[in-house]
Design a protein around this ligand. Structure first.
Ligand SMILES: Nc1ncnc2c1ncn2[C@@H]1O[C@H](COP(=O)(O)OP(=O)(O)OP(=O)(O)O)[C@@H](O)[C@H]1O
Ligand SMILES: [Mg+2]
Length: 256
């Protein structure tokens, strides 16, 4: 499925262009995500995947194109305004405060996104509500038993889960995941696949991932990016059977 109940995608990027000097890292890229969809973006090294994530999250300015999230034009919005509009992104562990406990990391995140909804709470009630939200996030990603651990001492896989929980604290409509399985062994990867599968119930996901097994298990739709251009989009069968995709990954043919 590529569209929501009213035929409108939740997220719609149109004609994105990004140049680095003479290099075109995004060359008229259009991509959309439907409500509840996991849309995976794959492509060889240097294809422009991270550039696209940076354009969508607002860390890099666009040279051309437009971005709409849930009806709101966020093309020129600041990264913070995009988060408020419902766009969250995992930063591959860099957003974690390594010296703080898992609980404090989560508390800080839920506090940051609590906004004005707590205005009328008494301090005590407010505190316990935030603590409950932090705990619920820990439960969601399977870190309930690690709440009092110092985040920096957690194994890599658990830090990745914490990173996802921190992004979820913003209650996103669209979650950007840039290589969530990177550096994970098979066991942690399988757990992350399971987690992402559960997350789709609360947020749509744009997933960038090199692990093809994970992509084929999770994605409703896959877009293949090559030299800043979308080569093709479709389900796993379509992408696996596409001769140009095979050429790109097996390196048997020039795709230009
Ligand atoms: N800030 C920058 N300045 C100049 N060139 C850049 C910059 N960022 C990326 N590039 C170039 O743009 C192209 C796309 O890079 P990008 O990092 O988006 O690829 P990628 O698909 O994420 O690759 P990988 O799979 O290795 O992570 C590459 O040729 C890269 O060298
Ligand atoms: Mg990258």
């Amino acid at each position: 499925m590529s569209a929501g109940a009213h035929g409108t995608p939740l997220f719609q990027a149109r004609g994105l262009v990004k140049r680095f000097g003479g290099l075109i890292a995004a060359n008229d890229v259009s991509i959309d995500v439907a409500p509840g969809e996991v849309h995976a973006l794959i492509g060889p090294n240097g294809a422009g995947k991270s550039t696209l994530v940076n354009l969508v999250s607002g860390l890099l300015p666009l040279d051309a194109g437009s971005i709409v999230l849930d009806g709101a034009d966020i093309t020129r919005a600041t990264p913070h305004a995009r988060v408020r509009a419902g766009l969250a992104r995992c930063f591959q562990v860099t957003s974690i405060f390594a010296g703080d406990t898992v609980r404090d990391n989560l508390l800080l995140a839920v506090q940051a996104h609590a906004g004005s909804s707590f205005r009328f709470f008494a301090d005590r009630a407010r505190e316990s509500e935030l603590a409950e939200r932090a705990q619920a996030l820990a439960r969601k990603v399977g870190l309930e038993d690690a709440l009092d651990r110092v985040a920096g001492t957690l194994p890599h896989g658990a830090q990745r889960k914490l990173d996802v929980a921190l992004a979820l604290a913003a209650r996103p409509k669209l979650l950007l995941l840039d290589e969530p399985m990177a550096g994970m062994g098979p066991e942690d990867s399988a757990r992350m696949v399971e987690l992402v599968r559960q997350l789709r119930e609360e947020t749509a996901i744009l997933l960038i991932e090199h692990d093809m097994d994970a992509v084929f298990q999770l994605a409703d739709r896959i877009s293949v990016l090559v030299y800043g251009t979308v080569l093709t989009s479709g389900d796993a069968e379509h992408v696996k059977g596409h001769p140009k995709v095979q050429a790109v990954y097996l390196g048997t043919e020039d795709t230009a």
